[in-house]
Design a protein around this ligand. Structure first.
Ligand code: PLP
Length: 433
């Protein structure tokens, strides 16, 4: 399978090149040249499959020409060592819980898949690949844990000093081995700028192989379609698969775009709701047809604090830049921190379900926007215990369960390298490793 750039001014590349490069040279995002539908029999039989079997059938459509079936199966089996259960919150609203992986956020699925795929492609190649990842919290921990111990790859996590929660910091600063945490004296935008500047620096490019593990990378992005199919599998089994509406808490829009890919492949989804916090540039686009990126503002759903979502380019490309066609499939909502807090409180007192601030935007989108006859599923993208200081006061002390592995991370000892936000310092650091 070949991959083209959304900016369409560079030649197509192979899957391997797309994964190793991350971003195309014209700064476009890679897209698969075809999105093949699943055969209709697949959906009729889907309730007889397991999560891994469902994922493998989907994965073959994107990766099957480049990776032998047995290898792809082993990559998937190593990725999906946990379930993503559908949990009924109200009779017509369910949560697709994507937080049962090692770092308790949905990014585990894509990060673990990408690590194994990259490992496969590097094979016996003796040149080490360096993964640079800027994080405001969740991406760094998922990528660091996904790539931990994978040979031939070293991960550098850049994070803003004093701006991530203690538990998030512990999840990528206590690992050691092939994971190095860089504590940048700046904000998230500074971290992202350092990473982007490195990809464009000729001297660094000739010194070392650098790639990105953000959702711009097809290897992290495409596996996110697996759990939409799996949600359908579970709902069909329960007889709840009619007029399916997915509400997706969105920041960089990788998760939602993966759902759109699933729909293109024939998954019976009626429509999507893009749930935003106060970072609402896509909400505004859906209302007006005008896209005006702007600096992000800080909210309690901080993994969605994005002012210029990178995967928006993929949505435009998928719908041939037609605002009307986009609006046929996606509507938008936007919630303030107060509305998010009120939702966590109300859903707990009414349904005894503990939401995290991100999932809460999706849940509220369904409560507010479902039409008669529809079945609503929101993506619960992180475990509420990761946002204890926000969630616990709303649901009451002792009511947020803390998974054992989260407590384990807290016992580790933080090791990080402090750096200024100047590109020169970061570049010197990279040139000397
Ligand atoms: C990353 C993240 C999001 C946003 O996902 P996108 O694919 O960037 O839209 C939402 N919730 C949580 C908990 C996240 O970590």
């Amino acid at each position: 399978m070949q991959f083209y750039s959304t900016n369409k001014s560079v030649p197509n590349v192979s899957l391997k090149q797309a994964v190793i490069k991350g971003l195309a040279d014209d700064k476009g995002l890679y897209m698969p040249e075809r999105i093949d539908p699943m055969p209709s029999g697949f959906f009729e039989n889907i309730s007889n499959l397991t999560f891994s079997e469902t994922a493998l059938a989907v994965a073959k459509k994107f990766f099957g020409e480049d990776i032998p079936d047995d290898k792809l199966k082993s990559i998937i089996d190593q990725t999906l060592t946990f379930e993503c259960p559908v949990h009924e919150v109200r009779p017509d609203i369910s949560a697709l819980e994507l937080f049962h992986g090692p770092t308790l956020a949905f990014k585990d699925v894509g990060a673990r898949f990408m690590a194994r795929l990259l490992e496969y492609f590097l094979g016996d190649n003796d040149k080490e690949v360096n993964v640079l990842v800027a994080t405001s919290g969740d991406t760094g921990s998922a990528v660091a844990n996904g790539f931990l111990g994978v040979s031939g790859i070293h991960v550098y996590v850049l994070y803003p000093k004093g701006k991530v929660s203690e538990i998030q910091e512990k999840q990528f600063t206590t690992l050691g081995q092939n994971i190095t945490a860089l504590e940048i004296d700046g904000n998230f935008d500074d971290c992202q700028r350092l990473v982007k500047s490195s990809f464009m620096d000729k001297q660094l490019q000739s010194h070392m192989v650098l790639t990105s593990a953000n959702s711009i990378n097809v290897a992290r992005f495409l596996p996110q379609s697996f759990y939409y199919f799996d949600a359908y599998r579970q709902l069909k089994k329960a007889g709840l698969d009619k007029e399916l509406v997915f509400a997706v808490p969105s920041g960089n829009f990788g998760n939602l775009t993966a759902g759109l890919f699933a729909k293109k492949m024939g998954l019976p989804v009626k429509r999507f709701i893009a749930a935003n916090n106060e970072n609402d540039v896509v909400y505004e686009y859906l209302q007006t047809g005008k896209y005006n990126p702007r600096p992000s503002v800080q909210t309690i759903a901080n993994a969605m604090d994005v002012g210029d979502p990178s995967n928006f380019a993929r949505i435009l490309d998928l719908y041939n830049h037609s605002w009307k066609n986009i609006c046929d499939d996606i509507s938008g909502v936007r919630y303030s921190d107060d509305e998010i807090r009120a939702t966590i409180k109300d859903v707990y007192s009414r349904d005894k379900y503990v939401l995290d601030p991100h999932g809460a935007t999706g849940c509220k989108a369904l409560i507010d926007g479902m039409k008669p006859g529809e079945t609503g599923v929101f993506l619960e993208t992180a475990h509420p215990a990761k946002f204890m200081t926000t969630v616990e006061p709303l649901v009451g002390k002792g009511n947020v369960p803390v998974p054992e592995r989260l407590a384990k991370f807290m016992e580790g000892i933080k090791v990080s390298i402090p750096l200024s936000k100047e590109f020169k310092d970061f570049k010197d650091f990279l040139l000397n490793i």
